[in-house]
Design a binder for this molecule. Sequence first.
Ligand code: AMP
Length: 280
Amino acid sequence: MKILRSVAELRQWSREARSEGKTVGLVPTMGALHAGHASLIRAARERCGAVAVTIFVNPTQFGPNEDYAHYPRTFDADCALAEAEGATGVFAPSVEELYPAGAATFVEVTGLSDQLDGLSRPGHFRGVATVVAKLLIASEADQAFFGQKDAAQVAVLRRMVVDLRLATELVVCPIVREADGLALSSRNIYLSQQERAQALVLSRSVQQVKSLAAAGERSAEKMIAAARQIFASEPGVRIDYIELVDWDTLEPVRVALSGSLFAVAAWVGATRLIDNTILA
Ligand code: AMP
């Protein structure tokens, strides 16, 4: 597995793979890899002959009071996991490499970027779209792999790929959970034992809405009320949003359809967690 530090190295690695007849897969991450990331790498490996995992804590997607400085950085363990899952390259650039001095170009997916997480994290999706555009252009990947865990991010990136006429196909992989339901996240390590237990209201509310939908419930109002009731059992958890939306537009819907996105975000202590389900 090659460690690539510059955009030029990544591009060359990709072109070499292509010249050997391989398709190129890209798995963008911020590192601190866990079983959720591993599932993306495996999915990429099943479809692509060459797979690069990118490890980059992207400063432009963090707000001024967020955890950029403290975000977990575990490079050696990440490389070991990436290699064990079959990655053939790791792209780990410096901030200056992806944002050269004087960088003034940003990608903004208007409208979508102000919904859900974008509402409480202004500028977040502008940072995400910008860095992912840079990664897709640099890697010339055939396919890029993202988790449904960040469902609003998927909507923003799908729109971006269409609008910029990028050649990369986005592949969305299911949410990987702990045995008790908690969605895996690099931020789960911030949780105290008590918060870890409280955090289960997110997955419980998602599961409840999934069950309601399976039983025929279609009213967004009723689904959201049921989820709120579950959150009420943990007053220490502060809801950021509980929404039923169209997964393409991220606009709220009143009646759930197959493919509607039910998504929650909440603060558990100082840690903001998200979860969701796509209704059948
Ligand atoms: P991150 O390193 O948190 O930016 O995540 C990198 C990629 O891994 C994103 O596409 C996430 O959606 C995905 N991911 C994070 N957690 C999970 C999970 N629990 N299951 C599946 N994919 C995940």
